[in-house]
Write a protein that binds this ligand. Structure first.
Ligand SMILES: [Zn+2]
Length: 392
């Protein structure tokens, strides 16, 4: 009898676990995520006030959003420390601690979003200028303002010191109780070519890769690549045509990403990243071979289609390309398509979600809560679409 009861108990527990796993999988399938930059004032560096956090979390809950990816380290760190010994991102930790009660109150998962290879904190730039990327003209990205953007300062992903630094930054956030995961953004090289729809507004001609925008030719990478192949990449006439040199750079980002994902997992947290729209465009434009980011739990391609001069249906094409390649490369995680609210008119939300779903997206993500907020009727229409989406 005792044996029977024990077996029954085990059976019950096993079936409960099974049910909760199934439920979880079902929930993931139609999970709705949203990016929230939290920089709500004109200075770009101020984080949201308590009133704003209350407003956005309440709105998100009401609309059916399950997870918020909150930017805690961006291009313009609020506290630009001169301390070149302690690099702890206290500002990010403060933002998280301030936001967590709202996530708890509304039962919304909180993922912390940080900029990864694009790091412009002044203390790091002062202490370790040699860790930063160098272009094919031999200039460090610390000495030129790429695309006239002050924040375009990029760590070399191949440098072991850069990985160690980023592991520390990731760990100090991942270990905070109550957060669900860490989200890696700007985990790539600077744009060798900008997405095509941005060329005119940024005033660039990029019919091919030009040396000004082609990175990383730092001393470390040049020596490293030379020891592997016998070639100094600086001497290549057309570096983009050299398969090994392209592969070297793709691999550098891939290794860095997978190592950071493992670091996030050490704290029992979900590891995710935002990547460029499709695998082929990502490799070409920013040397990001993201379908090899096998250690990540969720990969969010930012399918902001109008920046690529693409039709709406390209959301489906790009999603499918990513899903198929991730399968071939045996990624552990899944793909969740990211849509840009500015490219998704209120009367087309269902249609755009359907493109992503048909392409194989698991869940859907929107950029951004602020973008949704500024368009009249967006919250209401999005809520209707989410209700329909979750019923499917
Ligand atoms: Zn380098």
């Amino acid at each position: 009898m005792k044996f029977f009861l024990n077996s029954l108990g085990i059976l019950l527990i096993a079936s409960m676990i099974l049910v909760s796993c199934n439920e979880r999988q079902t929930n993931e399938k139609t999970k709705v995520w949203a990016w929230f930059s939290g920089s709500l004032t004109s200075t770009q560096t101020d984080s949201a006030s308590d009133e704003q956090l209350e407003y956005y979390f309440a709105k998100a809950k009401e609309t059916g959003i399950d997870a918020i990816i909150l930017e805690v380290h961006g291009g313009y760190p609020k506290v630009d420390s001169t301390d070149t010994v302690d690099f702890t991102d206290y500002e990010a930790i403060d933002i998280i601690n301030k936001t967590l009660p709202y996530a708890k109150k509304y039962g919304i998962e909180l993922h912390v979003w940080l900029w990864t290879t694009n790091r412009c904190e002044k203390n790091l730039r002062t202490a370790h200028p040699d860790w930063y990327q160098v272009n094919a003209e031999g200039n460090s990205c610390l000495n030129i303002k790429l695309y006239n953007r002050e924040h375009y300062r990029w760590l070399c992903p191949a440098r072991p010191e850069a990985l160690e630094y980023l592991k520390h930054r990731v760990a100090e956030l991942a270990k905070i109780d109550g957060i669900a995961g860490v989200h890696l953004d700007f985990i790539r090289y600077p744009d060798a070519i900008l997405p095509y729809g941005l060329h005119e507004s940024r005033g660039v001609v990029q019919d091919k890769v030009y040396p000004l925008w082609d990175h990383c030719y730092c001393d470390f990478c040049r020596a490293n690549f030379k020891s592997q192949t016998g070639i100094d990449p600086m001497t290549l006439e057309n570096p983009t045509e050299n398969a090994e040199w392209m592969q070297y750079r793709w691999d550098a980002i891939t290794k860095l990403t997978n190592a950071l994902a493992q670091e996030i997992h050490r704290y029992g947290k979900v590891a995710t990243a935002a990547v460029f729209a499709s695998p082929s465009e990502s490799r070409k434009l920013v040397r990001q071979d993201w379908t090899k980011f096998v250690e990540l739990d969720v990969i969010f391609p930012m399918i902001y289609h109008k920046f690529y001069n693409a039709e709406d249906a390209w959301i489906e094409t790009a999603t499918r390309e990513g899903v198929d390649e991730m399968k071939v490369n045996q990624c552990n995680g899944y793909l969740c398509s990211g849509l840009f609210a500015g490219h998704v008119p209120v009367d087309k939300i269902d249609e755009m979600i359907a493109y992503a779903t048909n392409g194989g997206s698991t869940g859907i993500c929107f950029f951004s809560l602020e973008g949704i907020n500024k368009t009249p009727n967006y919250w209401e229409k999005l809520k209707e679409s989410i209700i329909k989406y979750k019923k499917k």
